[in-house]
Design a protein around this ligand. Structure first.
Ligand code: MTE
Ligand code: MO
Length: 321
């Protein structure tokens, strides 16, 4: 059901996005943000005039990082999929600014020895923040290269001590019709929910992300906390997560419920298995070139095969799409 690559050039929407960002960061500077390591040159005015949100203290991580050219921040923060705020790419940057992200809690429950509820302060302190430059490949056929700030989800999973019976992990996004106008649209089952098999969730590549480009997550990108699973299509990476639940059975997921033939549970990036309505062999890199630039070849597991291919040995990936 995801719409095929809309024909909007990102340059058409960036000037508005810059204005919105600026408005938001002025508000945020006034309110004072949580747990931020501010740049040494920080002052209220410098902050309000800088083109970004609150800075995070991050260690650059080379191990898993892509060497490709990073997508301009203005593109990554103004060309978004966040259906709770509308179906068009330029709607989240505008309409997500009403999302109340403070206070925020993330509840971890289900088949665990120690169910826990974390506030953002606790999540920021749980492990050192790493910056990992990952490819994000949308099932619609476009991609970006984004520096995400966070840590392996496994760090959080270890804290709650999953039981042996926990075989899957479910990720649930906030669903508040008062803040999210897109919930009126019944394209998806709300709350937005996604899931991973336990070994996929424990893979070090799977990131609990609290920021991007060294700053707290913009609301349109899933503030204040989201999941990033770089070897799967972008829709597996749920935004604005309020609940993580450990289950024995494979959880139902929003996209699969909406169109099971098109969106499976696994959704690994796979150029050899086409979407029923379009090819997945190539992708258009957002923010570089234009609509007439040649597309680039999509890589198996989005280029992360050396880390994740072993998770699927013996599985028919045509069946388990
Ligand atoms: N809650 C929620 N999470 C979501 C979505 C959504 O609509 N709602 N869209 C997904 C899709 S289709 C993609 S491609 C990525 C886009 O992330 P970005 O806007 O940060 O690039 O978010 C994913 N996470
Ligand atoms: Mo997507």
């Amino acid at each position: 059901m995801l719409f095929k690559d809309s024909k909007i050039l990102s340059s058409d929407i960036t000037s508005k996005a810059i204005f919105e960002n600026r408005r938001q960061l002025i508000k945020q500077a006034a309110a004072g943000a949580y747990g931020l390591a501010l740049a040494p040159w920080f002052s209220r005015t410098a902050f309000a005039n800088s083109p970004g949100l609150g800075k995070l203290k991050v260690m650059k991580s080379d191990k898993y990082s892509s060497k490709e050219e990073i997508t301009p921040q203005k593109d990554a923060t103004s060309y978004n999929n966040y259906y709770e705020f509308g179906l068009n790419k330029d709607e989240p940057v505008e309409r997500a600014q009403r999302l109340q992200t403070k206070p925020w809690t993330l509840t971890v429950e289900g088949l665990v020895k120690k169910p826990m509820t974390f506030d953002m302060d606790a999540l920021l302190k749980l492990a050192p923040l790493e910056e990992r430059i990952y490819r994000l490949r949308c099932v619609e056929g476009w991609s970006m290269v984004i520096p995400w700030d966070g840590y392996s989800l496994s760090k959080l999973i270890e804290k709650v001590e999953p039981l042996g019976s926990a075989k899957f992990v479910e990720f649930i996004t906030l669903a508040d019709p008062k803040q999210m106008p897109g919930l009126n649209n019944r394209v998806l089952e709300w709350p937005y929910r996604e899931g991973l098999r336990m070994d996929e969730a424990m893979n070090p590549l799977t990131l609990l992300s609290l920021g991007m480009y060294g700053e707290v997550l913009p609301k349109q990108n899933g503030a204040p906390v989201r999941i990033i699973v770089p070897w799967k299509y972008g829709f597996k990476s749920g935004k604005s997560i309020v609940k993580i639940r450990f289950t024995e059975q494979q959880p139902a997921t929003s996209w699969n419920m909406a169109a099971a033939r098109e969106y499976g549970f696994y959704s690994n990036v796979n150029p050899t298995v086409d979407h029923p309505r379009w090819s997945q062999a190539t992708e258009r890199r957002i923010g570089s070139g234009n609509l007439f630039s040649p597309k680039i070849k999509t890589e198996m597991f989005n280029g992360y095969g050396e880390y994740v291919a072993n998770l699927y040995t013996g599985m028919d990936l045509r069946k388990n799409y």
